[in-house]
Write a protein that binds this ligand. Structure first.
Ligand code: DQA
Length: 143
C-alpha cells in the first residue's frame, strides 16, 4: 500500500510557529514520526510539503493511479481552496483530512473546510498522532 502525506503552508515552520498551538516538535520530527510508523505497518509513504496552492494541486494530480490513499493537512488552504478540493475529487483517491489543532474550537474562519466533503474522515486536535490515525483509517479502508 502506498500513502501520500501532504502538508500545506507554514507546516514547515512547526516547532517555531505558535508552539502553544502546534507544539515544539519540528516538521522533520513529524516526517520521522510518520515514516517510522509506516515502516512498522509495512506500507510505503511519501511526504510532501509546500507553501504553494498550485504545487499542492500538482502533487495530488501526480498521485493519480500511483497512490492508494492520501493524508492531507491543507493548513490555511483548508479554509479557502476550492482548487485543492477539486484536485482530490479529480483523482478519486481515498483521502483523510488532518489538523494538528482542534480547529473546531478556534476562530470562525477555521470552521469552514472546503476539502472535507471529498474526505472519508477528518481528524482534528490529536497533534502529530492524528497523522497516524489517518494512516490507520486508510489501511482499514484498503482492506
Ligand atoms: C491547521 C489548522 C489551520 O487552521 C491552520 O491554518 C494551519 C494548521 C492544523 O493543523 O491545526 O496552518 O491545519
Amino acid at each position: 500500500m502506498k500513502i501520500l502525506v501532504i502538508n500545506g503552508p507554514n507546516l514547515n515552520m512547526l516547532g517555531i510557529r505558535e508552539p502553544d498551538i502546534y507544539g515544539k516538535s519540528t516538521y522533520a520530527d513529524l516526517c520521522r514520526f510518520i515514516t517510522d510508523y509506516a515502516a512498522q505497518k509495512g506500507i510505503e509513504v511519501k511526504l510532501f510539503q509546500s507553501n504553494h496552492e498550485g504545487a499542492l494541486v500538482d502533487e495530488i494530480q501526480a498521485a493519480y493511479q500511483k497512490f492508494d490513499g492520501i493524508v492531507i493537512n491543507p493548513a490555511a488552504y483548508t479554509h479557502t481552496s476550492v482548487a485543492i478540493l477539486d484536485a482530490v475529487k479529480s483523482v478519486g483517491i481515498p483521502t483523510v483530512e488532518v489538523h494538528i489543532s482542534a480547529v473546531e474550537t478556534r476562530e470562525d474562519f477555521r470552521q469552514v473546510s472546503y476539502i472535507r466533503q471529498a474526505c472519508i474522515k477528518t481528524i482534528t486536535g490529536l497533534g502529530f498522532d492524528g497523522y497516524l490515525r489517518a494512516i490507520d483509517i486508510l489501511i482499514e479502508n484498503g482492506k
